[in-house]
Design a protein around this ligand. Structure first.
Ligand code: AMP
Length: 287
């Protein structure tokens, strides 16, 4: 496995693989890799002939006062992790390599970015879509792999790829959790032992919501009240708790169709997100 830091080098490596007729997979990450990332890399290795993992803490997707400066950087460990999983290339550019001058061109997806994480992180998705478009162009991947953990991000990226006719396929894989149910996240390492316990309220709230829906509850407010009460018991500070259509991300008043229950909660200083997908179409799939 090779590690490259420049766009020129990644293009050179990928060009050779393409000449050899290989399928190129891309797993975009910000590093501090864990089992959630591993599930994407494993899927890419299983399906593609040449797998690129990008590791880039993208400054344009962090807002003022967010954790850009303290975001964990663990390139050596990440490289060993990727090599063990069978990746072929790590692309770990510097911010200057990706943004040599102030960017004047942005890729923005409308509407889907307004609610959920977009409401309190107004510039976040503009940074995400722009950097993903750049990575797609740099790597020229046939398939890019994303996690359902960032449900809104996947809906936005899919829409960008569709609207701009980008020539690649987007694959989304389920949330990988710790044995106690906490969704894996690079930000979990910010949590103290006590906060880790309280962080389980995200999963508890989602599980209670799913159980109520399975029992026939279809009223948004009742479901949200239940989730908010569970989060309050663990002193979670709610950014949002919402129930939306899984594709349009529009809030649902009455629960029907393909439903995304999503939340963002601060535990201490750490902002965590989690979600579940529930398909109430025929036959219902409440997992
Ligand atoms: P990040 O490094 O946090 O930007 O994440 C890179 C990719 O890994 C994104 O597509 C995430 O959705 C995905 N990812 C992060 N955590 C998980 C998880 N617990 N399970 C599955 N995918 C994840």
């Amino acid at each position: 496995m090779k590690i490259v830091h420049t766009i020129e080098d990644v293009r050179k490596s990928v060009r050779q693989s393409r000449i050899e007729g290989k399928t190129i997979g891309l797993v975009p990450t910000m590093g501090a890799l864990h089992a959630g990332h591993a599930s994407l890399i494993e899927a890419a290795v299983a399906e593609c002939d040449f797998v690129v993992v990008s590791i880039f803490v993208n400054p344009t997707q962090f807002g003022p006062g967010e954790d850009l400066d303290k975001y964990p950087c663990t390139l050596d460990t990440d490289a060993a992790f990727c090599e063990n999983l069978g990746a072929d290339l790590i692309f770990a550019p510097s911010a200057d390599e990706m943004y040599p001058s102030e960017p004047l061109t942005w890729v923005e997806v409308e509407k889907l970015t307004d609610g959920l994480c977009g409401a309190n992180r107004p510039e976040h998705f503009k940074g995400v879509t722009t950097v993903c478009a750049k990575l797609f162009n740099i790597v020229g991947a046939d398939i890019a792999y994303f996690g359902q953990k960032d449900a809104q991000q996947t809906a936005i990226i899919r829409r960008m790829v569709c609207d701009l006719n980008l020539p690649l396929q987007i694959c989304v894989y389920p949330i990988v959790r710790e044995p106690n149910g906490l969704a894996m996240s690079s930000r979990n390492r910010y949590l103290s032992a006590e906060e880790r316990g309280r962080a389980l309220c995200l999963r508890k709230a989602l599980t209670a919501c799913r159980e109520q829906i399975a029992a026939g509850q279809r009223d948004r407010n009742t479901l949200i009240d239940t989730m908010e009460a569970i989060i309050a018991q663990d002193q979670g500070r709610i950014d949002y708790v919402s129930i939306v259509d899984a594709e349009t991300l529009e809030p649902l008043k009455t629960i029907a169709g393909k439903v995304l229950v999503a939340l963002a909660v601060h535990i201490g200083d750490t902002r965590l997100i989690d979600n579940i997908l529930i398909d109430l179409n025929n036959p219902p799939n409440i997992v």
